[in-house]
Design a protein around this ligand. Structure first.
Ligand code: SAH
Ligand code: SF4
Length: 366
């Protein structure tokens, strides 16, 4: 059955109009589904009973069942693994709360969402990339990750930095974003949403034409194309120059500064000389570099640089006039790196399978 939140607002309005409902029903239904986060049409108590029955006959509003939850940082970081059904498919989302005043009321609560099960880009340092690609998420499945948390507490920011490449699942990502910023949807500030991309140029240009003011992060990771292609095997034909040009068009269209993400890998891309070359490539652009010290993920054979090396790289960029920050590390002990909880669970499942296959007779061998 189709999930109601896979529809755009226009599609929902058209469906309701087709039943002869007044225009304000769209707003009513959207507010119940997104602002109150109800999971049944029965709960929409100010709708006529006949309409609730008709909606329930055609759509579902079910939440995604929780498979695992891990909490760290005294409850300020929560990671959840949600069940997508379909033979053990799952997706993760993380909530991070920031309370600079320490008055107990978080000023900023960010949810990190996934857009795919796995990822086809195969980045060398990324746990999700090493798992390969399974499927795209539907808009309702992206929204479900935010709704899981908004039912509990206000969410001010959403970052598309979980599993998957958002611009490789463009249509679903945009449908989810539109509901997030709709006043009758999650009613979030456009500036509170950030899409992170491995660098799909056509997707960046398409996004620039949407007339949105959402933030854009481009994952760069290298100052030259040769190294970038080694770290991101599917970067293929895209050059850093083309990426910088696409970022520039996004700055012009949205009025927003673009962030470049740079995962720091010891003795691979963290030399001061590489920082200087990176700075040169970004000169003249309204850019910001976000340095992410590598979060060691199983099997990658890469190392995280020391704090001193991270600082030195940052200083080198700043000296060249490039704004650079080091990503605040959250939830280390729950492995908040992209894709890692999923990997833990996948590994546990694989171990169980192995145990099971050893116990079972292997019939096809005769
Ligand atoms: N596919 C998108 C968004 C998801 S990844 C993208 O690549 O941008 C979100 C960010 O986490 C990216 O910048 C990615 O490079 C970074 N990342 C992934 N695995 C990492 C790891 N093990 N250590 C540090 N950063 C990592
Ligand atoms: Fe995919 Fe992003 Fe991970 Fe690369 S870093 S494999 S693009 S999720």
């Amino acid at each position: 059955m189709r999930h109601l939140l896979d529809l755009t607002k226009e599609e929902l309005a058209a469906w309701l109009a087709g039943r002869g409902e007044p225009g304000y029903r769209t707003q009513q239904v959207a507010r119940w589904a997104l602002q109150r986060g109800v999971t049944t049409f029965e709960a929409m108590t100010d709708l006529p009973a006949g309409l609730r029955t008709a909606l329930a006959a055609e759509f579902t509003l079910a939440a995604l069942p929780v498979l695992a939850t891990r909490v760290a940082d005294d409850g300020d970081t929560t990671k959840v693994l949600l069940d997508l059904g379909g033979g053990g498919q799952a997706v993760e989302a993380v909530r991070m709360s920031y309370d600079p005043d320490e008055d107990g009321v978080p000023d900023r609560t960010t949810v990190c969402v996934s857009t795919q099960v796995g990822c086809a880009m195969g980045c060398a340092f990324c746990a999700t990339g090493q798992q390969g690609f399974t499927r795209n998420l539907h808009p309702s499945e992206i929204l479900a990750q935010v709704l899981h948390f908004t039912r509990d507490r206000r969410v001010t920011n959403v970052v598309f930095m979980g599993m998957g490449e958002p611009l490789a699942n463009y249509a679903a990502t945009l449908r989810a974003v539109r509901w997030m910023v709709d006043p009758d949807g999650l009613d979030m500030r456009q500036r509170g949403i950030t899409i992170s991309t491995v660098g799909i140029v056509s997707g960046i240009r398409r996004l620039a034409a949407e007339g949105l003011q959402v933030g854009l992060t481009v994952s760069l990771h290298a100052p030259d194309d040769e190294l970038r292609r080694r770290l991101i095997p599917t970067a293929g034909g895209v050059t850093i120059e083309e990426l910088v040009e696409a970022a520039r068009s996004y700055v012009e269209a949205s009025g927003r500064r673009v962030t470049f993400a740079y995962a720091l890998l010891e003795h691979v891309n963290d030399e001061p000389e590489q920082a200087r070359r990176l700075a040169q490539r970004l000169r003249g652009l309204q850019a910001h570099v976000n340095l992410i010290p590598y979060n060691p993920t199983a099997g990658a054979g890469l190392r995280r640089p020391s704090r001193e090396r991270v600082r030195a790289f940052q200083r080198e960029l700043q000296a060249a006039g490039i704004n650079a920050t080091v990503r605040v590390e959250r939830g280390q002990e729950i492995a908040a790196a992209c894709g890692q909880l999923r990997t833990d669970v996948a590994l546990a499942a694989a171990r169980n399978d192995e145990a099971a296959s050893q116990a079972a007779p292997v019939e096809w061998r005769g």
